[in-house]
Design a protein. Structure first.
Length: 320
């Protein structure tokens, strides 16, 4: 029996182009083919896989669940193939687009200041930066790298640790002058406590008293969905909040925020990770270059943003 030649990459490219263009006719124009030829390629792909990838209708094209999964994987495969060819032609220099997702606070205070150095070191890499405190699905958002702090749940993602941080209770001098300074965790119950709106946030603040941890519920007139908003609210004197030191150390040094109740702070160290899909040996060069930069660069890679139990006076650095 003669062997049937299978153009797997051609079928995959036709399918991805159909999805991206929103239909067979539009994809055909982009590929320089006839709509019937594109349709045959996709049909042959479906027959070979034994699944239906798209629901066809005169009005619109809709992916099946299997089609969506195959599209996401195919999109990455084709991108990696393109990059492999570009790297071979350019002496393997990392190039191409890298999408990074990070929290608003990490993005503003840690990532954005590093971008000039990153693009100077890798001038053929372009960055797409999306900042949100919502935990995103890397596949859904088509993100190459996501920055997350805290313990990571079990998943198929791979993580590289890029630093550590801890959290502390903070308020502006103007708030403390008006409402007084709490001396014990219990006294916080008389104060406005600024908390989070998103559901994955911890609803309580932990304190260490006589060798045991107690939890104080967060209660106040204002909540926010990102740490940067909470930081600005605290600086404006709207209340007391609990934020990471990587986010607020510069405000403490400048006297805009004052650490509170440090003798009761459990000083739990939280790791900061860069998470991604895939294995290190098979990562695209563009993604690997950005990961290596984040791990190695001064101030992030291995950086510890934590405070000792004996807190320095406001205005003196506590970064170790």
């Amino acid at each position: 029996m003669p062997r049937i030649e299978v153009n797997r990459s051609g079928e995959m490219e036709a399918f991805v182009q159909v999805v991206d263009a929103g239909g067979f006719s539009a994809a055909a124009r982009l590929l320089g083919m006839t709509p019937s030829a594109v349709s045959k390629l996709v049909a042959r792909l479906e027959a070979r896989l034994g699944i239906q990838l798209v629901h066809r209708s005169t009005r619109k094209l809709q992916l099946t669940p299997e089609g969506l999964h195959f599209y996401e994987r195919s999109h990455r495969v084709l991108a990696d193939m393109d990059e492999a060819e570009r790297c071979a032609a350019a002496g393997a220099a990392p190039r191409g687009r890298v999408s990074i997702n990070a929290s608003v606070s990490f993005g503003h205070h840690m990532l954005v200041p590093l971008v000039p150095r990153l693009i100077e070191q890798h001038p053929q890499i372009t960055l797409d930066i999306a900042l949100t405190d919502r935990i995103v699905d890397l596949m859904d958002e088509r993100a190459d790298i996501a920055i997350r702090w805290g313990q990571l749940p079990a998943s198929d993602l791979v993580a590289r640790r890029i630093g550590d941080t801890s959290q502390t209770i903070l308020a502006a001098p103007s708030y403390l002058a008006k409402y007084g300074t709490p001396r014990t965790p219990q006294e916080l119950e008389a104060h406005s406590r600024l908390g989070w709106t998103y559901r994955r946030s911890a609803p309580d603040w932990p304190f260490r008293i006589d060798g045991r941890t107690i939890l104080l519920p967060v209660a106040g007139p204002v909540r926010a969905g990102d740490g940067e908003t909470l930081r600005h609210l605290a600086i404006a004197g709207a209340g007391i909040t609990r934020l990471s030191l990587y986010h607020t150390q510069h405000d403490i040094d400048a006297g805009r925020l004052v650490p509170l109740l440090e003798e009761f702070n459990p000083n739990e160290v939280e790791p900061i990770h860069a998470v991604y899909i895939g294995k290190a040996g098979t990562l695209p060069a563009r993604v690997r270059a950005v990961l290596d930069f984040l791990v190695a660069c001064s101030g992030v890679g291995g950086g510890r943003y934590t405070r000792s139990r004996t807190a320095p006076m406001p205005g003196k650095s506590a970064v170790t």
